[in-house]
Ligand binder design. Structure first.
Ligand code: NAD
Length: 414
């Protein structure tokens, strides 16, 4: 691949392109191209075998003009300073495009949870929160789960923060277990938001949802739930993949069977005759392709082979800028990550609101409010894209950046 794939540079490039389109003075791009605050921390943790290991982590707060910053915490061996910065910037635009009263943030700790015991994971989670506790808080910066962190980890983190501040503070973190203030519907919110956006995309292209074919790359929280929800909405899921392999059935996969195999191991244990390669999945003749795994998986070398009519980015940053151009030329409707996976942060916002009110909603209320936000945002993005003769990603960035500019102006920053 000849492209530069550093995710920070990709976001900065997009900011420059969009601020130029908006005709804003150059200092706007300068402000938005750098996080307002990035904390690097390192902290010692006692391992189960008695040794002490030092872990490094980050918390990046990109822009808090609209409100407190919000974004997940990632535990992964490949976490980098640049990646955390880029993801915090994406969060500002994600919150901006769906109209949440937040700026963007992101955190990460360099570690491999697959090689840690539960006790070690808990000590790392608590130590990381201690290290960043002075810059987070319900009206400062509100973390949430991301790759390899989950409700259990959020529970430990909420407890650590509450102990430091000597008061129970559920609104400091979202994605918590229900019993300590989590929201109904949070676990599948990303996939549900993605499904709502896809159904709007199908309507826009005049394709019936009934029998529309779907391929999903990545069978984790986002991908597995998206497959299930789209199946329930009448679509036909013909292919899914995990890191081991991809599986395909032109007549539609039996998702219960797939879930059973996945629960006991990986998709590589599925009927061999129905296995295809990862690249073949991306090139299938389907109506909808959902990348729900990693960054930069659709690039200039495989984008020409994509035959889907809609690419819905459940993952963050799955399409490189060069692939974006190719898909646009081919007439593919790319529903950008900042809308397609905004369901997660939207229901996180609902969780925070419920924590502050100490009054909890039913799952139907959560889903209905999520539906309204995603559908209205989709319509706004499409209308703006038509006015400016541009793609959905550029249109979504335009809307988000205009909101941040308005808030910075209202506060007298610019
Ligand atoms: P996850 O860890 O639950 O699932 C990831 C899945 O991808 C796993 O099934 C894994 O086997 C698979 N995978 C890994 N490498 C692969 C490869 N090369 N080919 C095919 N599959 C591969 O993670 P998740 O929470 O579902 O997140 C997935 C993506 O969605 C990430 O980009 C994440 O940032 C984004 N996202 C998730 C949420 C959320 O609420 N879960 C919210 C917003 C964005």
């Amino acid at each position: 691949m000849s492209e530069v794939l550093n995710s920070y540079e990709i976001v900065v490039r997009k900011i420059k392109e969009v601020t130029k389109l908006l005709g804003t003075p150059s200092h706007i791009a300068d402000i938005l191209s750098k996080p307002a605050r990035v904390l690097t921390v390192s902290f010692p943790v006692k391992m189960d075998d008695g040794t002490i290991k030092v872990f490094e982590g980050y918390r990046s707060q990109h822009n808090d003009a609209i409100g407190p910053t919000k974004g997940g915490i990632r535990f992964h061996p490949a976490v980098t300073f640049d990646e955390v910065k880029a993801l915090s910037m994406l969060m500002t635009f994600k919150c901006g495009v769906v109209g949440l009263p937040y700026g963007g943030a992101k955190g990460g700790v360099i570690c491999d949870p697959r090689k840690l015991s539960q006790a070690e994971l808990e000590r790392i989670s608590r130590a990381y929160i201690e290290a960043i506790s002075s810059i987070i808080g319900p009206d400062k910066d509100i973390p949430a789960p991301d790759v390899y962190t989950n409700a259990k980890v959020m529970g430990w983190m909420t407890d650590a923060y509450s102990r430091i501040n000597r008061s129970f503070s559920p609104a400091v973190i979202t994605g918590k277990p229900l019993i300590i203030g989590g929201s109904k519907g949070r676990n599948e919110a990303t996939a549900r938001g993605c499904m709502y956006a896809i159904l709007e995309g199908l309507k826009y292209l005049n394709i019936s949802a009934e029998g529309a074919t779907v391929a999903v790359q990545g069978f984790g929280n986002a991908g597995q739930n998206a497959a299930r929800l789209l199946n329930a909405a009448g679509c036909k899921v013909v292919a899914v993949s995990d890191s081991s392999t991809a599986i395909y059935d032109a007549n539609g996969l039996n998702l219960e069977e797939v879930n059973r195999v996945k629960e006991q191991g990986s998709l590589a244990d599925f009927d061999r005759s129905r296995q295809i390669s990862h690249e073949e999945l991306l090139a299938l003749e389907v109506d909808i392709l959902i990348p729900a795994a990693l960054e930069n998986v659709i690039h200039e070398n495989n984008a020409p082979a994509v035959k889907a009519k809609i690419v819905a980015e459940a993952a963050n940053g799955p399409t490189t800028p060069a692939a974006d151009r190719i898909l646009k030329e081919k007439g593919v409707l790319v529903i950008p990550d900042i809308l397609a996976n905004a369901g997660g942060v939207t229901v996180s916002y609902f969780e925070w609101v419920q924590n502050l009110m100490n009054f909890y909603w039913t799952e139907d209320e959560v889903n209905q409010r999520l539906y309204e936000i995603i559908v209205q945002s989709f319509e706004r993005i499409i209308k703006n894209a038509e006015v400016h003769q541009t793609d959905m990603r550029t249109s979504a960035y335009m809307i988000a950046i205009e909101r941040v500019i308005e808030a910075m102006d209202a506060r007298g920053w610019i």
